[in-house]
Design a protein around this ligand. Structure first.
Ligand SMILES: C[S@@+](CC[C@H](N)C(=O)[O-])C[C@H]1O[C@@H](n2cnc3c(N)ncnc32)[C@H](O)[C@@H]1O
Length: 351
């Protein structure tokens, strides 16, 4: 055995466990508002952070030390001050923007608390049901994508499909399948005042949060949210646009659902798919983003599909398998759209 390799891998193991703990501490920073309390304030003493955050001093102190150790905060030992660099605040204390990455940490405890049940499923089969993700899980999933949906979906992503934009401007019909907490519907309803917008999701908690979000945005009357699947959805003349955002790989019956979506579309309608960015080959998925997605897959996406007797497609579905599924459902046109993103791939399919 190569002792050098053992030493290097030991370092790696500590780094990984440190990463897991950092994710937990960052979750606390987002959840308690500590990052926001420090954003733009420059160097702060413990008392300053306690005063700004209104949190318990000893907890704040240990968090400041941990986040300093992790490299999230800059510490000045002479002055005993901690600072959140502007570049870090840009990603961590920017809730509601398209550059907020702090939402990822909201799902860290959600994913890891499923680990014991997932480990048991390795032996007994089945999986962990979507409903078990809880209200904070639905909220966490919402936080990951929300900023992008609010700031990029209508103004950038949908613009890649001029025919769709034209139809929606004229008052087209849109259905978001797997709408979760409703942000896609909200963004579309706001950008296209004449469009008729509906969202469906079999998860009752997601629909509850979606209705609440739409009401809070003053769009409660514009959007219909229903706790159902495409099986129970009527075409009523057909949809100009069906969106399937971060949901295809979660489906328990992907082939059937895609075929039902095809039947719900108008002949000239479009299915817009957003999926996590992953390559077709495992050898090309050896990077931090894909590692994160494989974790999401094991602890949530794959297991909740398997729990419903589904195929457990997994988060790293990749373009080739996506195209195969979509074409097998009868879609004649399938395009990978040239939209730039570090974490997503975008597709348009036509019946
Ligand atoms: C990862 S979440 C994405 C939610 C939302 N689209 C977003 O991007 O934030 C996947 C969603 O797909 C929903 N889902 C699972 N199976 C479904 C089905 N057969 N029909 C519609 N939605 C489904 C889940 O309930 C969940 O809300």
């Amino acid at each position: 055995m190569d002792k050098q390799k053992i030493r290097a891998f030991t370092d790696r193991l500590f780094a990984d466990m440190a990463g897991a703990m950092t994710a937990g501490m960052a979750y606390v920073g987002v959840r308690t508002g500590l990052f926001r309390a420090m954003a733009g304030k420059g160097p702060m003493r413990l008392d300053d952070v306690v005063r700004e955050s209104k949190l318990k001093p000893r907890y704040v102190e240990e968090w400041l030390r941990g986040m300093t150790s992790a490299g999230y905060l800059a510490y000045d030992p002479a002055r005993e001050t901690y600072a959140l660099p502007d570049e870090h605040a840009y990603l961590l204390a920017s809730d509601g923007t398209d550059h907020f990455v702090g939402g990822l940490f909201a799902v860290a405890p959600v994913m890891l608390r499923a680990a014991p049940e997932v480990a048991a499923a390795f032996e007994k089969g089945g999986g962990v049901r979507f409903e078990d993700i809880g209200a904070d899980g639905v909220h966490g999933l919402d936080l990951i994508n929300r900023g992008n949906y609010e700031h990029r979906l209508a103004s950038y992503w949908l613009q890649a499909m001029p025919n769709v934009v034209r139809a929606l401007e004229a008052g087209g019909r849109v259905l978001d399948v797997g709408c979760g907490a409703g942000r896609v519907c909200i963004a579309v309803a706001r950008a296209f005042p004449k469009a008729e917008v509906s969202g469906i999701d079999p998860d009752a908690e997601s629909i509850r949060q979606a209705k609440e979000a739409a009401a809070a945005e003053g769009l409660g009357d514009r959007i219909r949210f229903l706790a159902q699947t495409t099986t129970d959805t009527k075409a009523d003349g057909g949809f100009d646009l069906v969106t399937l955002c971060d949901a295809l790989h979660d489906l328990a019956a992907p082939q059937e659902t895609l075929a039902e979506i095809r039947a719900l579309l108008k002949p000239e309608g479009t299915l817009f798919i957003i999926e996590p960015k992953a390559a077709d080959q495992l050898k090309d998925n050896v990077n931090p983003v894909a590692t994160m997605f494989y974790g999401f897959s094991l602890f949530h996406c794959m297991t909740q599909s398997l729990a419903r007797g589904g195929p457990g497609l997994g988060t790293c579905l990749g373009p080739a398998r996506t195209e195969e599924l979509v074409r097998a459902a009868g879609f004649r046109q399938f395009d990978l759209l040239g939209i730039k993103s570090q974490v997503n791939l975008f597709y348009a399919a036509r019946p």
